[in-house]
Design a protein around this ligand. Structure first.
Ligand code: EPZ
Length: 429
């Protein structure tokens, strides 16, 4: 395994290009199962998770090839319908093959993903939705064995909680169902919108994009897609927070500012100066003193994670790192997952003053120089990126072990940070 070494305490400056969104690429790759033929997806990030998902597609009999950030997928043949435990346990998003396999083949056998570091993460809403469409789901030996006697039938599906992959799975299943499916309390994340655009470009009929009520009028067949993955709003937010926490200034480019508005609002409340262009967001220190290196620091701001368009849970850990360096006290509340504070103990090793109180963390920021480098351990994807942000802002050297977590969701991390002036490299553990 490898570890990441960071020499902290240096302000970051410059532009960083944002890659395609991991959480859009995964459902869009799955959606190619819906139509025989050759699909072309542009702006696909080359990550551990996208490589794992493409390996799963190979197991199902689908071929693919990558040229730069374009992936061509030939889904003419879908010879198998099983996603194995060995693969699903490494990437729970594998459950996204359930919907398209049920629509295309009328059956699917997918390992239950099990829990992960941030929570139990059941898929009961997915399975209940499929049952409404006429699917029988049997759970045995750790697998979901799902089958439909004939073509899926449209129905009304209601999510108790707006589930992102649950909404995506049901959209893919309903696209080829007979009749109309209404999805109520649907997730409104931009990645769901990217999938809707792709499915409609293939000939599907989905109304209500960006709302919590989606109407899917099933069609009998779909054509192969040629579409583009949206920019990764979580990667963009991570770099904005890294630049801000380091005391520097810079821009994230090739992104969609409208997808980052809740973070931009929170960083402005903390005193940072943020400007938005068509495809970029720039951040400067409070009072605009980044380049001079003299900055007076920033305010503490409360955050509560919510489904989109609220503040994203995937940027909660990263914001906590920024708040550990603020001048003041704030409360960060995690409402989406029950165990998403794994980064707190590691931030405390850097000197952060954080106290967990149930679903909330009380952060007492002690200024920009509050943290000192330490040896750290990554526990999950976004917690790891929080440690990178804190390590870059801490005085002295930090080492982060188990960085395979980071490689799941951040393309060319070392190159992008180095281009911003960070002193960072990988070593074998
Ligand atoms: C997606 O996960 C993202 N992953 C997650 O990003 C993200 O944190 C999450 O949405 C919330 O925005 C992908 O898109 C691949 P949910 P998902 O279903 O769909 C509960 C990252 O770091 N729930 O929206 O699995 C669930 O436990 C990852 O990139 C059920 O109870 O999340 C959670 O409390 C981490 N039963 C809440 O709903 C279900 O059947 C929202 O989960 C489904 C969900």
């Amino acid at each position: 395994m490898e570890k990441l070494i960071l020499e902290g305490g240096k302000p970051l400056f410059g532009d960083v290009p944002i890659s395609g969104a991991k959480n859009a690429a995964l459902p869009l790759i799955a959606a190619t199962l819906l139509a025989p033929g050759v699909h072309v997806l542009h702006n696909v990030p080359d990550l551990r998770d996208t490589r794992t998902f493409l390996r799963l597609m190979e197991d199902l009999g689908v071929t693919h090839q990558r040229e730069g950030d374009t992936v061509t997928i030939d889904a003419t043949e879908v010879r198998d319908i099983e996603a194995s435990y060995d693969l699903v346990k490494t990437m729970r998003a594998s459950v996204l093959v359930l919907g398209p396999l049920l629509a295309r083949r009328g059956q699917a056998k997918v390992s239950l993903p099990g829990g992960c570091a941030i929570g139990a993460r059941p898929i009961n809403f997915h399975l209940a939705g499929f049952e409404k469409l006429g699917v029988t789901c049997r759970l045995e030996h750790g697998y979901v064995d799902a089958a439909a006697p004939g073509r899926l039938r449209g129905a009304c599906v209601y999510f108790e909680v707006p589930s992102v992959t649950g909404t995506e799975n049901l959209l893919m299943a309903a696209a080829l169902a007979e009749g109309v499916t209404t999805i109520k309390n649907a997730a409104r994340e931009p990645e769901v919108g990217n999938l809707i655009d792709m499915l409609n470009s293939m000939g599907a009929n989905i109304q209500g994009k960006n709302t919590d009520r989606l109407i899917v009028t099933g069609v009998t067949s779909l054509a192969p897609a040629n579409c583009r993955i949206i920019a990764d709003r979580i990667e963009a937010g991570t770099y904005l927070l890294a630049i801000a926490a380091s005391g520097g200034e810079g821009r994230v480019t090739c992104c969609q500012p409208a997808h980052c508005s809740s973070l931009i609002d929170k960083m402005r409340q903390a005193g940072f100066i943020l400007e938005c262009g068509d495809d970029w967001v720039a951040v400067r220190q409070p009072g605009g003193r980044g380049l001079s290196g003299q900055a007076g620091g920033w305010k503490a701001v409360d955050v509560k994670t919510m489904p989109f368009p609220g503040y994203p849970t995937d940027l909660q850990a990263q914001f906590m790192a920024l708040m550990a360096l603020s001048n003041g006290m704030c409360v960060i509340t995690e409402t989406i997952f029950e165990n998403r504070f794994m980064h707190v103990a590691e931030l405390q090793r850097l000197g952060a003053d954080i106290r967990i109180d149930g679903r909330s963390a009380v952060v007492s920021g002690r200024g920009m120089k509050a943290l000192t480098g330490a040896r750290l351990m990554a526990t999950d994807l976004r917690a790891s990126s929080s440690l990178v942000i804190a390590g870059l802002a801490a005085q002295g050297r930090s080492e982060i072990s188990r960085i395979y977590h980071l490689e799941r969701g951040y393309e060319n991390l070392v190159e992008k940070l180095s281009a911003l002036g960070a002193t960072v490299w990988k070593e074998r553990e």
